[in-house]
Structure formats: structure tokens, C-alpha cells
Design a protein around this ligand. Structure first.
Ligand SMILES: C[S@@+](CC[C@H](N)C(=O)[O-])C[C@H]1O[C@@H](n2cnc3c(N)ncnc32)[C@H](O)[C@@H]1O
Length: 238
């Protein structure tokens, strides 16, 4: 299996365009990838905190516009973009006491995506990614594997109903290498700090213990490498 960095190169024929849109830029990690291919990137997110972080991370780029905008209500005209990139966008309100998947919300977002671009690329951890288990440390009610499964079923249905075909798909992975166990644990604690931050030392130790157990069971603790299985899908209107 090729790492994600190599898969981007394989997808370059879809990414080398005039105008690209990214939805859910968060810290700008994938906005940066897209900006190396597309002449101009518009990227949206609903979080003001992420806007400040991404602005700082991407300050060297002059071909990126970061905008606070809800993916349900895009203020762009029809077919404004040559490609739309969407990474890990199954996650809306993940903090609840009860596990819920709002497929109507997802459908509204997909309909807007279809309105603005004929090529749509989804890249996200799979149902088997270790992320799904780790998430339970932050909210035991969340069933991330099921959320990803349901969300992907809906994406497939909506895309096909609207005349899109899957022109490229596959599995890849992303690997984070850490230099110490402390660095790894701190990084894991920060991944879902928007869902839960430990309130005291005991809670922090308990969360770290669970994280270590999950990574140990997945054989990722011994060499301090956290590897996530990721899927990619390119949909194009026929
Ligand atoms: C799980 S993060 C994924 C971040 C990044 N794309 C990645 O893969 O690392 C989802 C992002 O989508 C944003 N988001 C959630 N709902 C949104 C909406 N309705 N419109 C735009 N952005 C949204 C969140 O603020 C968050 O930055």
C-alpha cells in the first residue's frame, strides 16, 4: 500500500486545476497539499479557532483564501470549482451523551457540493482506522466506525443518483512517528481536545492509560508509530 503522500501525486490530474475548493480546512494540513497543485484554493470551515490556526500555518501561501462558511449554505455559484476536496467530514456534533448520526445534515452538505463542482474527492480514515477506538477515550458514546460506514453509504448513493461515477478509489495510510512516548501521548490527547480535555492529573493519567492500551493492542506503541488506514475516492459527473 502506498502512503498518502504518494497518493496525492497519483491524483494530480484532478488536483492540477485553476480553482479548487476545500471543505473543513481545520488546521490547514490538506489545504496546503491542495495549494501545491491548484492555482487557486478557496477553503471553508465553520470554526473561528481553526481559522486563526490555519491562517497562521498557511501564511506563506498567496493562492489560498480561507473563509468562515457553513458547507450547508455555500455562497458560490453553480460549478464554480474544478475540484472539491473533502477530508474527514463525517464529524459534526460528536460530544453528545447519545450516539446520533444526522444523515439529513450530511445530505444537505452533499447536495451543495454537487451544485458547485463536477469532481469531488473524499479522503478520510476508514472504519478500521485506530482513530475510531481512540475516539472512545474522549466520548465513549461515539461509534465512529458506524458513523463512517453510514456516511460513506450515503455519499455513494447521493453521488450515483446525481450522475457521478467513482473514477478512482483505494486504500492508503498516514503514519505519525514520535520520538518519545510522552510526545505521542500528548499528541493523542490533543487530537480531540475540542471534545474533552482532562480536568485533573488523575483523569489525564486514566485517559493516557486507555490510549496506550489501544495503541499497544494495535502494535503501534512499541515503535512509537501511529498509523491510520485511509480511503480515497474520486467522483466525477459523467
Ligand atoms: C474532523 S475535522 C477534519 C479536518 C481536516 N479536513 C482533516 O482531515 O484533518 C472536520 C472539520 O470540518 C469543520 N466543519 C464541521 N462542520 C462544518 C460545516 N457545516 N461547514 C464547514 N466546516 C465544517 C470542522 O470545524 C473541522 O475543522
Amino acid at each position: 500500500m502506498k502512503p498518502l503522500e504518494e497518493v496525492w501525486k497519483d491524483l494530480e490530474k484532478y488536483l492540477n486545476v485553476e480553482n479548487a475548493l476545500e471543505e473543513g480546512f481545520s488546521n490547514g494540513k490538506y489545504t496546503e497539499v491542495l495549494a501545491q497543485y491548484a492555482k487557486h484554493v478557496t477553503a471553508i470551515d465553520v470554526s473561528e479557532d481553526f481559522l486563526a490556526i490555519a491562517k497562521n500555518n498557511l501564511k506563506e501561501y498567496n493562492n489560498i483564501d480561507l473563509i468562515l462558511m457553513d458547507a450547508r449554505y455555500l455562497s458560490f455559484s453553480d460549478k464554480s470549482f474544478d475540484v472539491l476536496l473533502n477530508t474527514s467530514f463525517h464529524e459534526f456534533d460528536l460530544s453528545g451523551d447519545e450516539y446520533q448520526v444526522d444523515l439529513n445534515l450530511k445530505k444537505e452538505i452533499l447536495e451543495e457540493m454537487i451544485r458547485v463542482s463536477n469532481t469531488i474527492i473524499f479522503v478520510e480514515p476508514t472504519e478500521n482506522a485506530v482513530t475510531n477506538e481512540l475516539f472512545k477515550v474522549f466520548n465513549p458514546n461515539e461509534n465512529h466506525s458506524d458513523r463512517i460506514y453510514q456516511s460513506n453509504q450515503l455519499i455513494g448513493n447521493v453521488m450515483r443518483e446525481n450522475g457521478y461515477e467513482l473514477v478512482e478509489y483505494g486504500l492508503t495510510y498516514h503514519k505519525d512517528q514520535f520520538s518519545s512516548i510522552e510526545e505521542l501521548e500528548e499528541e493523542m490527547l490533543s487530537w480531540w481536545a475540542d471534545i474533552k480535555v482532562p480536568q485533573n492529573e488523575k483523569e489525564k493519567r486514566d485517559m493516557i492509560k486507555k490510549i496506550d492500551q489501544i495503541l499497544n493492542d494495535a502494535h503501534m506503541l512499541e515503535d512509537l508509530q501511529v498509523t491510520e488506514e485511509i480511503s480515497y475516492r474520486v467522483w466525477r459527473r459523467k
